[in-house]
Design a protein around this ligand. Structure first.
Ligand code: E4P
Length: 220
């Protein structure tokens, strides 16, 4: 499994990159707004992220018609070679994805919840499909079960191009564990979740005991 960071925060991206575990970044309008982002700097901000990250960086389109999405997608893709155009799952999104695919521009199809949506996304040319886990849990459905169904279904077919599943809307280490066990290609996680993935109480306790014993060695 590869780890993407689900953030628009530059410091978080730099920190995760320094750990050597960062394979990509996903952003969305909510995450950019959370950073106090301004429209005038949207492209500049994405470009800065692309310069830091050695891997795909998803920048989301906000248009609702195919023409708007294609125009935004072409502008975003021109920012950097590792910029992936993030497009919502909807008919106009599929049409735009097909057009962008024909131009050689990679799409991450987002807001995907079901197997049919995922297959349609892959069929339209999406290089990445992002099933949302946490938002399914939010409505008392089993987001992990839905993700597993998408992973299995996409694995059944050859779409004629590479398709990777990004487990998105990830809220916990348990989500990541389950996604890894089912073979999801990528998990995109908030920095708070990434930090938790490194930790375990027994690791902390082991470290404390090593340090205490090392003090004894030093004083012996
Ligand atoms: C990533 O591509 C998605 O936009 C993100 O994971 C959504 O997460 P959320 O459901 O926590 O907003």
């Amino acid at each position: 499994m590869k780890f993407f960071l689900d953030t628009a925060n530059i410091a978080e991206i730099e920190e995760a990159a320094s750990w050597g575990v960062l394979s990509g970044v996903t952003t969305n309008p909510t995450l950019y707004a959370r950073e106090g982002g301004k429209l005038a700097d949207f492209h500049g901000h994405l470009k800065r992220i692309c310069d830091i990250v050695d891997g795909p960086v998803s920048g989301e389109t906000v248009g609702l018609t195919r023409d708007e999405i294609i125009r935004e997608g072409v502008e975003l893709a021109a920012l950097a070679p590792n910029l992936i155009v993030k497009v919502p799952t909807m008919p106009e999104g599929l049409a735009a994805t097909k057009a962008l695919f024909d131009m050689g521009i990679k799409v991450n199809m987002t807001l995907c919840f079901t197997v049919p949506q995922a297959i349609l996304a892959a069929r339209s040319g999406a290089a990445y499909v992002s099933p949302f886990v946490g938002r399914f849990d939010d409505i008392s459905e089993d987001g992990i079960d839905q993700l597993e169904q998408v992973v299995i279904a996409l694995d059944n077919y050859d779409f004629g191009h590479d398709v990777e599943v990004i487990a998105a809307s990830i809220r916990s280490a348990n989500h990541v564990t389950k996604a890894a066990l089912m073979g999801a290609d990528i998990a995109t996680v908030p920095f708070s979740v990434l930090k938790n993935l490194v930790k375990h109480p027994l690791t902390d306790r082991g470290l404390e005991s090593f340090l205490a014993d090392w003090e004894k060695v030093k004083n012996a």
